[in-house]
Structures are given as structure tokens and as C-alpha cells.
Design a protein around this ligand. Structure first.
Ligand code: ATP
Length: 449
């Protein structure tokens, strides 16, 4: 009989159970791993792709309420969402196992089990795990990613495709709305980590108080609200990819903590002392000129070199003139599908405007305008008034102006972030009147709501 190509992990503190189940299941499945200490789960899951876990619910004598099992179940589902878990429980403890089913376990079996029943349950779990993996592949191949025809963007995307196959850290630079998140996700989908988690974190929105607990996790009791042991985003990304957006906005004292995680490939939860091993690919992004931030001593040089093994610059839309019309057509098709509309086309005048317009808000601005136009348009033709571009200055800056305006925009965004979008304080810091700050927010399409 041919063995099924699947990896099963059995976790139990009783050696005889591990031995017996391993010997039996080895006849049917290619890889059987066993663990007698559940603390080693993170390490094992970070090094192996496991299809099914058979998990005992109790480990310490005197603690037989199954809570440990439920906790470990949560941890496994966080670290490796596509792994299917079967709980093992003693007769009379079914209630906790049922709670486990509600928390994402696939099945439970009673100890001592009949081998046939165990085999049946594991086979079904392997099927389920295969289906999950297939579902994910379909989503990924269905992933709609616009490439474009300009040399500058083709170069950037081809670099991304090349680096995707490796485990190198990637830094994506580009103005707001140029597609940094979309590119990071695209890299993940092309990588060998695509069946493991993709965790995106907007570092700009994490204030210093929650930065560490969110990213590194915490132990129960580490601070007043720490009710349970909780993994951070790094652990959630175990075996997968973490996308750290707005890395340029992390304050210096927290940069050193990030550096330590990246350097040591370990993370220590708040309130714990022992580091946990990490196997995570790191993709970062920022709209700031990070090199300049390093020169100005706002960003640690050592962290910069850690994260930019490969640097990909996404050009603003105004530097990709020939992509504007094809991109607009692509976004139009996307919106037609979203709103279930029949064929809609652009009026000739609209196409001219699309080409001339600066699109300082980049792809996001174009997407928003086209979405609005699809909702508003009558007669299935998008007119100039549907697209609503009249009020916006056409693009006629020279390259030096572009550089300058990118810097100005980034400076304003940084000051806004620092002052929690408070207009008066931001204007004060920048030496502007409130009126001129508002004019600039409009010019650069900066939304503060
Ligand atoms: N290559 C692409 N193909 C299809 N759509 C894209 C592409 N790049 C960007 N977009 C669209 O443009 C919008 C902005 O993209 P995204 O959020 O990735 O930009 P960003 O640079 O991360 O923005 P921010 O800096 O503001 O976070 C998204 O709604 C996305 O759907």
C-alpha cells in the first residue's frame, strides 16, 4: 500500500502514546513527528510544514481541565493557519474538546482510541488540509496584478519577481498609493512561503505604548490588561512573511528593538525572558527617503542595511506616462466587475485628461476617481464631469520640482503623524499658516480623516 505524502505531528507527554501512534500512523503517512514537550511547538512548526497535528489537551499533573490544549490549539492556528488540528482527550472531558472545535480544531478523539477511528480522522484531516492549500493556490493565481508597459515599472516588477524566489529582506520605496502593499503581497504570493501566513503591520499607526506588545507579544500578567499569553505579529507570521509598512516612521528607541529581532531571528514576548526562534521573511516599505533619514540620524544605519538586502523603488504615476491609460482601463474593468455593470468606456476627452493629470495620489487616486465615475456615469460613457479632474492642476513640473514636492509631501506627512493629525501643531512645526497647510494637503491629496 502506498503511503500518503503528508506530515503528521503528534504532541503528548506520554511516551507510550507517542510511540504507539507513531508506529501505527507510519504505515499510512510519509512523515510522522512527535513531541513530548509542547513548548517546542514553535520551533518545530517554524522548521517543518505540518499538515495535521494530533494534540493532547493536558500536560501538567493537577491541571487536567484541557485549558493547556486550548491554548496550544490557538498557538498552532496562529503560527500555521493551514495546519489541521485533532484534539486528543480522555473520556469525560468532552466539553473542553467541543470548545476546541469552536476555536478551530477539526475533530477530537477519545483516549484510548481504536486505531481504525484514529486513522479515519487523520485521513479526513489530511484531505481538509489539502483542500485548504488548494483554495489558497486558487486565490493566488487569481491575484489581479497590473504590470504596465513602461520600462521603469517593468524593471521594478521584474526585480520583485526575482527576489521573490529568495528569502532576502526587501525594502520597497515609493510615494503613497504607488502600490507598495500590493507589491509586497505579490512578492509573498510568488515565494515559497506562499502557503504560510502573510501578516501586514502598519507601523505608522502603532503608538509607542502598544508597539512592543503588538509586534513581540506578551505573557499573561506582563501588564494590567495582559489577561492571556499572546503571540505578537512576528510570531503570527511564523514560517511566512511579515510586511512592515511605514518603517521610516518608527521612533529611534523602537528601531533598536526591531533591529534586535531581525538580527537574532528571535523574539521575546513582554514579560518573558527566553527568546523564541523566528523564521520570518521581512518586507518593509516607506514613503520617506530612508537614506536621507539615515544621514539626518532619524533612522539607524544598521537597521537600514538589515532591511534593504534588496531595494525596490516604485515610481510615481507621473513618471510612468505610458502606463496611465492602460492602468485606467484596467481599473475601469475592475470597477465594472465590482459593481456588476455592463460595458463602460471612457470619453475621448477623459482619456486626454488622464494622460495630462499629475496623479499625485498615484494609483490610489486613479482608482478612487474611476470608482466614483463608474458609480456616477450614465449612458455607459465616463465623461469629464464624472471623472471630476477639472479642479486639479495638470502635470507640468520639471524633474527637480518633482523631487522637491516629494520631499515636501513626505515632510508634511511625517509632521502630521507626529502630531496625531492636529493641523495647528503641524502647521506650527512646519512654519506654515493653517491655510497654506490646508492648500498643501489638497495639492498632495493627503487625507487626514
Ligand atoms: N500593480 C498593481 N496592480 C493592481 N492594482 C494596484 C497595483 N498597485 C497598486 N494598486 C492599487 O492601488 C491602490 C494603492 O496601492 P497600495 O495600497 O499597495 O499603495 P501603497 O503604496 O502601499 O500606499 P500607502 O503608502 O498609502 O500605504 C490599491 O487600492 C491597489 O488596489
Amino acid at each position: 500500500m502506498k503511503k500518503t505524502n503528508a506530515s503528521i505531528l503528534i504532541i503528548d507527554d506520554q511516551e507510550d502514546i507517542l510511540f504507539a501512534s507513531k508506529v501505527y500512523l507510519k504505515k499510512y503517512f510519509e512523515n510522522i513527528h512527535t513531541l513530548n514537550n509542547p513548548k517546542k511547538i514553535v520551533e518545530l512548526l517554524s522548521k517543518n510544514a505540518i499538515d495535521v497535528v494530533l494534540l493532547d489537551m493536558n500536560y501538567r499533573i493537577g491541571f487536567e481541565d484541557g485549558r493547556e490544549g486550548l491554548y496550544l490549539l490557538k498557538e498552532i492556528k496562529t503560527l500555521s493557519p493551514k495546519t489541521v488540528v485533532i484534539l486528543m482527550t480522555a473520556f469525560g472531558k468532552v466539553e473542553t474538546a467541543v470548545e476546541g472545535l469552536k476555536s478551530g480544531a477539526f475533530d477530537y478523539i477519545l483516549k484510548p482510541w481504536e486505531n481504525k477511528k484514529l486513522l479515519e480522522s487523520v485521513k479526513q484531516a489530511v484531505d481538509k488540509s489539502r483542500k485548504e492549500q488548494k483554495k489558497n493556490k486558487e486565490i493566488e493565481t487569481d491575484n489581479d496584478f497590473f504590470v504596465g508597459t513602461s520600462e521603469i515599472i517593468k524593471k521594478a516588477y521584474s526585480l520583485a519577481d526575482k527576489v521573490a524566489k529568495t528569502d532576502a529582506n526587501v525594502l520597497i520605496l515609493g510615494e503613497n498609493g504607488t502600490g507598495k502593499f500590493v507589491l509586497a503581497h505579490h512578492i509573498y504570493c510568488q515565494s515559497k512561503r506562499k502557503n504560510n501566513p502573510f501578516i501586514a503591520v502598519d507601523l505608522g499607526s502603532l503608538n509607542s505604548n502598544i508597539f512592543e506588545s503588538e509586534l513581540f507579544g506578551y505573557a499573561k500578567g506582563a501588564f494590567t490588561d495582559a489577561k492571556t499569553d499572546t503571540p505578537g505579529r512576528f510570531e503570527m507570521a511564523q514560517n511566512g512573511t511579515i510586511f512592515l509598512d511605514e518603517i521610516g516612521n518608527v521612533p529611534l528607541h523602537l528601531q533598536s528593538k526591531l533591529l534586535q529581532v531581525i538580527q537574532t531571528k528571535t523574539v521575546t514576548r513582554l514579560g518573558e525572558t527566553k527568546p523564541r526562534p523566528l523564521n520570518v521573511r521581512i518586507i518593509t516599505a516607506t514613503n520617506l527617503n530612508l537614506k536621507l533619514e539615515v544621514t539626518d540620524k532619524n533612522f539607524r544605519e544598521d537597521l537600514y542595511y538589515r532591511i534593504n538586502t534588496m531595494e525596490i523603488v516604485l515610481p510615481p504615476l507621473r513618471e510612468r506616462n505610458e502606463d496611465k491609460i492602460p492602468l485606467a482601463e484596467y481599473l475601469l474593468d475592475k470597477m465594472i466587475e465590482k459593481y456588476g455593470r455592463g460595458e463602460i468606456t471612457f470619453d475621448k476627452k477623459v482619456l486626454e485628461q488622464i494622460e495630462k493629470h499629475a496623479w499625485n495620489g498615484n494609483i490610489r487616486e486613479m482608482e478612487n476617481k474611476i470608482e466614483r465615475a463608474v458609480i456616477l456615469c450614465e449612458n455607459n460613457i465616463i465623461t469629464v464631469s464624472d471623472l471630476d479632474l477639472e479642479t486639479i492642476t495638470p502635470y507640468d513640473e520639471n524633474p527637480d520640482d518633482i523631487q522637491l514636492s516629494s520631499v515636501e509631501k513626505a515632510t508634511i506627512e511625517k509632521a502630521l503623524l507626529k502630531h496625531g493629525n492636529n493641523i495647528s501643531k503641524t502647521a506650527d512645526e512646519l512654519g506654515l499658516s493653517r491655510g497654506s497647510l490646508y492648500r498643501r494637503l489638497e495639492k498632495y491629496n493627503i487625507n487626514i480623516n
